[in-house]
Design a protein around this ligand. Structure first.
Ligand SMILES: Nc1ncnc2c1ncn2[C@@H]1O[C@H](COP(=O)(O)OP(=O)(O)OP(=O)(O)O)[C@@H](O)[C@H]1O
Ligand SMILES: [Mg+2]
Length: 310
């Protein structure tokens, strides 16, 4: 068995008398998309905030690469490769894509010395443009304000930034909830790309379609407790939805399930179409990535055998 990138063991978090989490355990491996699901107030955000250094658990522990860790702050967690993209993003709409991309990391690409040391805008622009292009978003002018991008593209800027600066665990809190179908698919594709790069992705969403399109495993929270972690082969979408709704009235739930099955047929169909499209594209991308990796390895072997210097 490989060691999980990150793991929570028996974590509880209490806010005074409010029990936000109780005895939750979960493992996230490199190269998986782990969906964290649950109704409003289930404890999803609290769980990822304890993973990203915002909260300290009341009980239980966090393990990074199999070793217990205590994160002193979000910065501390980030420095150890755990990057969180919140729904409200912490991007500044009036600032350029590049400025946002390098925010807090301006020291990485600088020119000049001493007092004249400053962000090398030209270089930074090139990197920002290249990183966005890698995920299929063509930014003609990286000096344009982030506010001019679509919601999906903005999410992608935030994610691209995290990946570029070496995140190993990528935590996404409802990245697709405010987006239309097409924009959501942009983000979903990017999530799958992060997986192909061997990141461990924790993807929080209310949308079972979105979870299903990219998820490998699913952990469902209900009123602060976990209902378990399931591999995609072990469960159906309907069962997931049922678990997510867990605490609610049965009637309400069956109404929702009926709606889910019946209509808004149009919307469900559209979403299903996107889901299928994304799934097919992802499959192809995955194969291409594998193929590419194999070719690289073969090339490497060849080089080594023929002793040609690289
Ligand atoms: N700082 C806090 N102080 C007190 N109670 C809190 C705090 N943060 C969260 N809670 C409570 O903990 C519970 C879990 O909240 P949390 O935000 O983790 O839910 P969630 O699953 O992310 O919900 P949503 O889907 O609505 O975002 C809620 O009852 C919430 O009111
Ligand atoms: Mg939340």
């Amino acid at each position: 068995m490989t060691t999980p990138l990150i793991e929570v063991r028996n974590v509880s978090k209490h806010f005074g008398s409010v029990i936000a989490l109780e005895g939750v355990s979960m493992q996230v491996y490199a190269g998986e998309v782990h969906c964290l699901l649950g109704d409003n107030g289930a404890g999803k955000s609290t769980l990822i905030k304890t993973l990203s250094g915002v909260h300290k658990p009341t009980r239980g522990e966090i393990l990074l690469d199999g070793r217990p860790v205590v994160f002193e702050s979000p910065r501390d967690a980030l420095d150890r490769g755990i990057a969180t993209v919140y729904q409200d993003l912490a991007l500044i709409p009036l600032m350029s894509i590049t400025r946002n991309f390098f925010m807090g990391r301006e020291h990485v690409v600088t020119k000049g010395r001493g007092l004249f040391r400053r962000l090398d805008v030209k270089k930074a622009n090139a990197i920002a443009r290249e990183e966005m292009a890698r995920i299929g978003i063509d930014v003609r002018d990286p000096s344009q304000a982030v506010g001019t991008l679509s919601g999906g593209e903005r999410q992608c800027v935030a994610i691209a930034r995290a990946v570029y600066f070496g995140a190993r665990v990528l935590i996404l809190d409802e990245p697709t909830s405010a987006l239309g179908v097409k924009q959501a698919s942009v983000v979903l594709r990017y999530i799958a790309q992060a997986r192909a790069r061997e990141l461990g992705v924790i993807f929080i969403t209310h949308n079972v379609h979105h979870a299903w399109a990219v998820g490998d495993r699913f952990t469902v929270l209900n009123r602060g407790r976990t209902l378990g972690t399931f591999r995609k082969e072990e469960i159906t979408r309907e069962q997931l939805l049922e678990m997510m709704a867990g605490g609610r009235e049965l009637e309400e739930l069956s109404a929702e399930l009926a709606e889910f099955a019946r209509a808004d047929a149009a919307r469900a169909q559209r979403e299903a179409a996107v889901e299928a499209e994304v799934a097919a594209e992802l499959q192809q991308e995955l194969e291409e990535t594998r193929h590419f990796a194999e070719e690289e390895r073969a090339l490497h072997r060849q080089r080594r055998q023929s002793q040609v210097p690289e």
